[in-house]
Design a protein around this ligand. Structure first.
Ligand code: FMN
Length: 274
């Protein structure tokens, strides 16, 4: 959903040969109200010796993406994916060079950023973080410290952009209900001199406000974009928005959800207006 995307999701999600998913830990995922009905395999903790190979796989994936014609990649280091599982002390229970101190926990992510940047150039690399979220049980005991440490380290690396999930982001709330004028990521903004993208819970007004106040350089939209194929035009005209339908968020139906939200001027096919 971010504007610039060849996400290296696959590396985070699968591991060949039906083996256990890899992680920073052997512990099963923490059960929360959001995930209680889902099925998760118990992961296997990567050994320290295996990590360089995984770093190399990220590098190869980035190279392949550019060879396939993408302009760049966004490294997903948030929302409970593999790199997030290393950074957050709520999950990472390692006693080696990739666990314990904040510096150790962030090492894997920064090694991946460096490897990918060396391969395709830092100007082709975006990084996505969610230091404040507890997505899939990945939460940290000191998210402020984690947020600023990563912002500082990434600042040194001159990446194309940093994309951060808002602390207030909640799936149960409505997109556009964040409230204008909040500055929860201000410390990251103050630390990171490059292009900062924020996302999670923004509507038109909140997004305009974030840019006007120089709190962010870019605002990412998910749910509103999903339901409004012409979202930029609607924002430009301050036109009403189609309401997203949660029931089809994860659908594979080719006809209902995703593909049938009307453009401005078209009649609605069962989706109400916001
Ligand atoms: C249907 C749907 C599926 C999503 N899946 C993922 C996902 O797999 N991984 C992820 O990091 N974010 C995922 N997101 C979050 C978006 O990437 C984005 O950060 C979020 O939607 C922005 O907040 P907003 O919807 O309030 O604008 C998903 C969002 C939606 C609406």
């Amino acid at each position: 959903f971010s504007m610039f995307s060849a996400l290296i999701f696959c590396l985070c999600l699968c591991w060949p040969s039906e083996q256990e998913p890899i992680s920073s830990t052997d512990k099963p995922i923490e059960r929360t109200p959001e995930n209680y009905s889902m099925d998760f395999s118990t992961p296997r903790s990567l050994t320290e010796e295996e990590i360089p190979d995984v770093v190399n796989q990220f590098r190869i994936a980035a190279r392949n993406a550019l060879e396939a014609g993408f302009d760049g990649v966004e490294l997903h280091a948030g929302n409970g994916y593999l790199l997030d599982q290393f950074m957050k002390d709520g999950v990472n229970d390692r006693a080696d060079g990739y666990g314990g101190s904040l510096e150790n926990r962030c090492r894997f992510t920064l090694e991946v950023v460096d490897a990918v940047s060396n391969q395709i150039g830092p100007y082709c690399v975006g990084v996505r973080l969610s230091p404040y979220s507890g997505c899939l049980g990945c939460r940290d005991s000191d998210p402020d410290e984690l947020a600023v440490y990563m912002a500082r380290e990434l600042n040194r690396r001159d990446i194309l952009y940093l994309n951060v999930v808002e602390p207030e982001m909640s799936w149960e709330g409505d997109a556009g209900a964040l409230g204008a004028g909040h500055h929860r990521l201000q410390a990251m903004r103050d630390t990171f001199d490059g292009t900062l993208m924020v996302g999670g819970g923004y509507g038109r007004e909140e997004g305009n406000c974030a840019i006007a106040e120089e709190y962010a350089d870019l605002v990412a939209y998910g749910r509103l974009f999903l339901a409004n194929p012409d979202l930029p035009e609607r924002f430009r005209r301050n036109a009403p928005l189609n309401k997203y339908d949660r029931a089809t968020f994860y659908t594979d139906d080719p006809v209902v959800g995703y593909t049938d939200y009307p453009f401005l001027g078209q009649t609605s096919k069962g989706n109400g207006m916001m």
